[in-house]
Design a protein around this ligand. Structure first.
Ligand code: ZN
Ligand code: ZN
Length: 415
């Protein structure tokens, strides 16, 4: 352990230019969920060269890189690979100008999954080189389609655990909008469950001048949107957390036509099954009741778009990993951010294999820049968060921390 820890700094120095180049290349070539073909090919090439047993096309575009190195625990290290339909506005020299081949729309690594791939490949290099100092099996999982919540499920359905073995622990990390050099992790429910819903409200179309002949779905939608906002404020306890966002409203084509339908897209975040059940029941009740109140000719349709389970960090796995991270990164560099309302499908890898999960965040922002924003009270305005077109982690120190954290955590769990 000490020997591996000692030469980690030297190894990071030796890898910095190569990993920086890899990161910038991945950033400039983002690919959407289940379209990570170029990204997977690069992972296959690099992991094979490092001596891993590599399998591509697991769960469509996923890659598994395995290194069996004697008896001992199986440690699953996970990085997600997909990008988002966002037009990049960072102005970086390596900014994405990529478009989705299917839709022609913009694509950007706005969530930092390019950083996760880079750091995991860096960690695999260190771990392969340090083979004599550990025993066990590494299963590195490069997961597609995290953003739509389908990638982990697809890899599991494609035999992730039957073909590559059940892990004794699942370790994963995500870059976030806080100072680089720092790591944040929270035991227990750490990321929210998401339920995304598509709601179609049915009205009766007609001429804009003759509302008496129509049932206006625009007014129905407006009333529904406002009433939905009473769920969190009036039906959920002040000590529980829930978010109900109506992220999309679509209706109508022209000012003088009353359309025959309106569509709403909802995003719901909760942390406990009780609150989740309560919120979903309230949405169903309100949508149906507003529809009835408007004398809709048909009941509304309520359909799921996607769903993420709550991500639950195993308390003792967090304790053990955080202790190792503190020793490697510094005591003051590891913090508990409390539960966050983001969502992740990574938890499925742990729940489906019945193994403990430790999932942490690592910072990507210049600490001085962050401190300035903090003292000005403008963190929300000045520090672009994940999914923003301005999201731009500082590559060099961030990659160092990501590799260091992943190697440290992996060595802690390997024999
Ligand atoms: Zn994301
Ligand atoms: Zn992400």
């Amino acid at each position: 352990m000490t020997r591996a820890a000692l030469n980690l700094t030297d190894q990071l120095d030796a890898m910095r230019a190569d990993l920086g180049e890899l990161y910038r290349d991945l950033h400039a070539h983002p690919e959407l969920a289940f379209a990570e073909h170029r990204t997977s090919a690069e992972i296959v090439r690099r992991a094979t060269a490092l001596g891993y047993e590599v399998t591509a096309d697991v769960g469509r575009t996923g890659v598994v890189a395995r290194l069996a190195n004697g008896p001992g625990p199986t440690v699953l290290l996970r990085a997600d690979m997909d990008a988002l339909p966002v037009r990049e506005q960072t102005g970086l020299p390596y900014a994405s100008t990529a478009t989705d081949p299917e839709t022609g729309g913009p694509v950007m690594h706005a969530c930092g999954h390019d950083m996760h791939v880079t750091c995991l490949l860096g960690a695999l290099r260190v771990l392969a080189g340090a083979r004599q100092s550990w025993s066990g099996t590494i299963v590195a999982v490069f997961q597609p389609a995290e953003e739509n919540g389908r990638g982990a499920e697809a890899m599991i359905a494609d035999g992730l655990f039957t073909r590559f073995g059940k892990p004794d622990v699942v370790l994963a990390q995500h870059v976030g909008p806080f100072p680089y050099g720092m790591v944040a992790l929270h035991p227990g429910p750490a990321l929210a469950a998401t339920d995304a819903l598509r709601i179609t409200l049915h009205g009766k179309g007609g001429h804009g001048s003759r509302p008496e002949t129509a049932v206006d779905p625009v007014v129905m939608a407006a009333a529904t949107v406002l009433r939905l906002q009473t769920i969190v404020s009036r039906e959920i306890s002040g000590t529980d957390t829930a978010v109900v966002t109506v992220g999309a409203v679509h209706a109508g084509t022209a000012h003088n036509i009353i359309p025959d339908r309106a569509e709403l897209q909802l995003n719901i975040r909760t942390f406990t099954p009780t609150v989740r059940t309560r919120v979903l029941a309230a949405v169903d009740r309100i949508v149906r009741a507003e529809s009835a109140a408007s004398a809709a000719p048909r009941d509304p349709d309520i359909a799921p778009i996607d769903t993420f389970p709550v991500l639950v960090n195993d308390e003792s796995a967090v304790d053990r990993t955080a202790t190792a991270l503190r020793a490697a990164l510094g005591h003051d560099k590891v913090v508990d951010p409390g539960p966050l309302t983001g969502s992740e499908d990574c938890g499925l890898l742990a729940t489906e294999s019945q193994s403990p999960l430790c999932y942490w965040f690592f910072g990507g922002v210049d600490p001085q820049h962050f401190l300035n924003a903090l003292s000005a009270g403008t963190v929300e305005q000045d520090i672009p968060s994940n999914h923003s077109p301005h999201f731009a982690p500082e590559p060099e120190p961030t990659i160092d921390t990501g590799v260091r954290a992943m190697v440290t955590a992996a060595l802690e769990w390997l024999d």
